[in-house]
Design a protein around this ligand. Structure first.
Ligand SMILES: [Zn+2]
Length: 405
């Protein structure tokens, strides 16, 4: 018997089979990638040697690395592929020349360690050791002191990505025909910059991300806004980039979320900040200086950028933006007060780098003090995260009702 099926039938069948085969191969490859775990950092040690301070990372496998040193303040930076940190940050690591260190995701694909060092240093040696007895793979770094004159940053140090040229004012971009206001939420810190550390160890970067996600959920649920987060995972984002994200999105409002800490552990309450060239008080100035350090903490070389970050040009567009920022702050403070404690001088001003978009009304909220155990417990609780988010939504609603008028 002849097969009477037309040739087209066979071609179609072959085509579908090849589509299935390609799909199968692609899915296997992506499964393979997902299954391949990131290298793990298992431990961190420092030690003093006669002529050097040694810094060691215990690793699950050999990895590539890059080491460079930075001035102002003196730091040693170790860049690694994206790794899984299975070590807890420890306070008593400071030995020899190393005063402090931190680690975390710097950007997708790159994890980073930053060592704060006592003075100018040079990298004597940096190398990998294969497993030996009880020891796994290790990354070893030896640093030694040098004079300030002999201090040189490693040649070929990557410059920080340039920030977009500032334009005085820009019409907000609209995505298609969606005319709902765009709210950009900025969870403070992230990745290698943990922010402040709470009375019982809570990291500011975790609190800010959790509340930003809750606030985003509530804003989207209202159906009245579009919402964008400057980060949605535990990754570092430089301050200038956060401002760029808000401007590029045509944000109608930018809210940077933080939690503070202070020596006096009894101090509690939230505070709302807006931008000003001169700070309202010494504490606000100190707070802005602290929050502005994020890029330094993350091991960025920010020389030559300082003029841009420190000077604020007051033009008409910016004046309007600052008035709107102050108006939003004045609506936000009473809403937060209804839900909890607010510092007595509740709306303060200072030179926060993250509030410097000339055309986006911007505020920074310190939602409480992680140095105070009650505030720390509140900020960690889901119920309070929902409550403070709801307070912020009410203030945002009022702001858009009143500015529309
Ligand atoms: Zn902060």
């Amino acid at each position: 018997m002849y097969d009477h099926r037309p040739i087209g039938w066979f071609l179609r069948r072959a085509w579908w089979l090849s589509v299935l085969a390609v799909f199968f191969v692609v899915s296997q490859v992506s499964l393979g990638q997902a299954a391949r775990a990131a290298p793990v950092v298992l431990g961190v040690r420092t030690g003093e040697q006669p002529t050097a301070t040694r810094f060691v990372l215990d690793l699950s496998e050999a990895i590539e690395f890059k080491v460079f040193v930075l001035p102002n303040p003196y730091r040693v930076v170790i860049d690694l592929p994206e790794v899984d940190w299975q070590v807890e940050p420890s306070a008593d690591i400071g030995q020899g020349l190393i005063r402090n260190f931190r680690f975390g995701l710097f950007e997708a694909g790159t994890s980073r360690v930053v060592l704060d060092v006592d003075g100018p240093v040079k990298v004597q040696r940096s190398f990998l050791l294969p497993p030996n007895g009880a020891f796994p793979h290790r990354f070893v770094l030896d640093i030694a002191p040098v004079s300030a004159e002999d201090f040189t940053t490693v040649a070929g140090l990557p410059p920080p990505p340039p920030l977009q040229a500032r334009t005085p004012a820009r019409a907000p971009k609209r995505k298609g025909s969606d005319l709902r206001p765009m709210i950009v939420l900025d969870p403070g810190h992230g990745g290698i910059d943990p922010g402040t550390v709470g009375a019982s160890g809570t990291l500011e970067k975790k609190i800010t991300l959790r509340i930003a996600k809750e606030l985003k959920r509530q804003l989207l649920d209202s159906g009245r806004y579009r919402v964008l987060l400057t980060r949605d995972k535990d990754v570092f984002v430089r301050l200038g980039r956060r401002v760029e994200i808000a401007r590029d999105a045509g944000a109608a409002l930018f809210m940077s979320l933080h939690a503070d800490s202070i020596k006096n552990r009894r101090v509690r309450g939230a505070a709302v900040y807006t931008l000003s060239e001169t700070a309202s008080d010494a504490e606000a100035a100190a707070l802005a200086a602290k929050e502005n350090k994020s890029d330094i903490i993350a091991g960025l070389h920010i020389e030559g950028e300082s003029s841009e970050v420190t000077t604020i040009l007051i033009d008409l567009a910016r004046r309007e933006t600052m008035n709107l920022s102050a108006e939003f702050a004045s609506l936000l403070v009473p809403e937060i007060r209804r839900n909890g404690r607010v510092l007595s001088n509740d709306h303060r001003v200072a030179g926060f780098a993250v509030l410097k978009a000339p055309d986006v009304p911007s505020i920074l909220v310190e939602m409480g003090y992680l140095s105070n155990r009650k505030d720390e417990k509140l900020l960690l609780s889901r119920a309070y995260q929902r409550r403070i988010s709801a307070a912020m939504v009410r203030a945002i609603d009022r702001y858009f009702r009143e500015t529309k008028r």
